[in-house]
Design a protein around this ligand. Structure first.
Ligand code: CDP
Ligand code: CDP
Length: 212
């Protein structure tokens, strides 16, 4: 069983994915960390993010055992990840690991931008999580402040809008709901309410497809 979760930055995908995975006893992969890790390696080696060949090579040889590195979480790394993630060879190189993760027993939750459309098109449940950009910027602002990062609300909002724009309009695996995705707008839902609403959608989807 695979639960695919897609949506824009700070819509709550990661928080929701983690909670759904805990609830069902599934493995959870925040796929944004893979793109963040590629960007991190390039920056560490002083290689410009515009170097597609180098980015692809880093993606092909990426050590996925350090995805819990807190340095991957910052705002600058999200922006850098969004740049390298637009390169098709980078996406291709990260695909096999993600698909393999999806086969974990008894199930897996993957969250990102293209899980329901490209990585796991046959996932039993696909959720598309959204929220207004201002609300997402508010959440990210609070999150960065609590991590002790300097952050201006207006700058975060601009970053979120720029990233939405780039992720939705790129030619390779653009951010968009799969045709069979269930959309959940969390603008007015806190993390608990979003979890309950998502759980309800998952249960309903599972019972409607049970025995097929
Ligand atoms: O947490 P946040 O939504 O800010 O970012 P993330 O999920 O860590 O993703 C960072 C960037 O990686 C996104 O802006 C996307 O450009 C890219 N990404 C992607 O292209 N495909 C995925 N499955 C996950 C992330
Ligand atoms: O993974 P994604 O970038 O979509 O978002 P996240 O990292 O799960 O959530 C971003 C921040 O918003 C976290 O600090 C969450 O606790 C918070 N959040 C919230 O306030 N309300 C929600 N419904 C979901 C998340």
């Amino acid at each position: 069983m695979i639960i695919a979760i897609d949506g824009p930055a700070a819509s709550g995908k990661g928080t929701l994915g983690k909670r759904l995975a805990e609830h069902f006893g599934f493995a959870h992969l925040d796929t944004g960390l893979l793109y963040r890790a590629v960007a991190r390696v390039l920056l560490d080696r002083n290689v410009p993010l515009e170097d597609r060949e180098a980015a692809a090579e880093v993606a092909r040889t990426l050590d996925v055992s350090h995805l819990d590195d807190s340095r991957l979480r910052g705002a600058a790394m999200g922006e850098a990840a969004s740049m390298v993630s637009a390169y098709q060879p980078v996406r291709d190189a990260l695909l096999a690991f993600q698909r393999q993760f999806g086969t974990r027993a008894p199930g897996a939750v993957l969250d990102g931008r293209d899980i329901g459309t490209v990585v796991c098109p046959d996932a039993e449940v696909k959720l598309f999580i959204t929220a207004a950009p201002e609300e997402r910027a508010r959440r990210r602002h609070l999150e960065l402040q609590s991590r002790g990062e300097q952050a201006e609300y207006e700058a975060i909002l601009a970053d979120i809008r720029r990233r939405d724009e780039r992720d939705m309009n790129r030619s390779t695996a653009p951010l968009k709901p799969a045709e069979d995705a269930l959309t959940l707008d969390t603008t007015h839902l806190d993390a608990d309410a979003a979890f309950r609403a998502a759980l309800d959608l998952v249960e309903r989807k599972r019972s409607s497809t049970a025995g097929r």
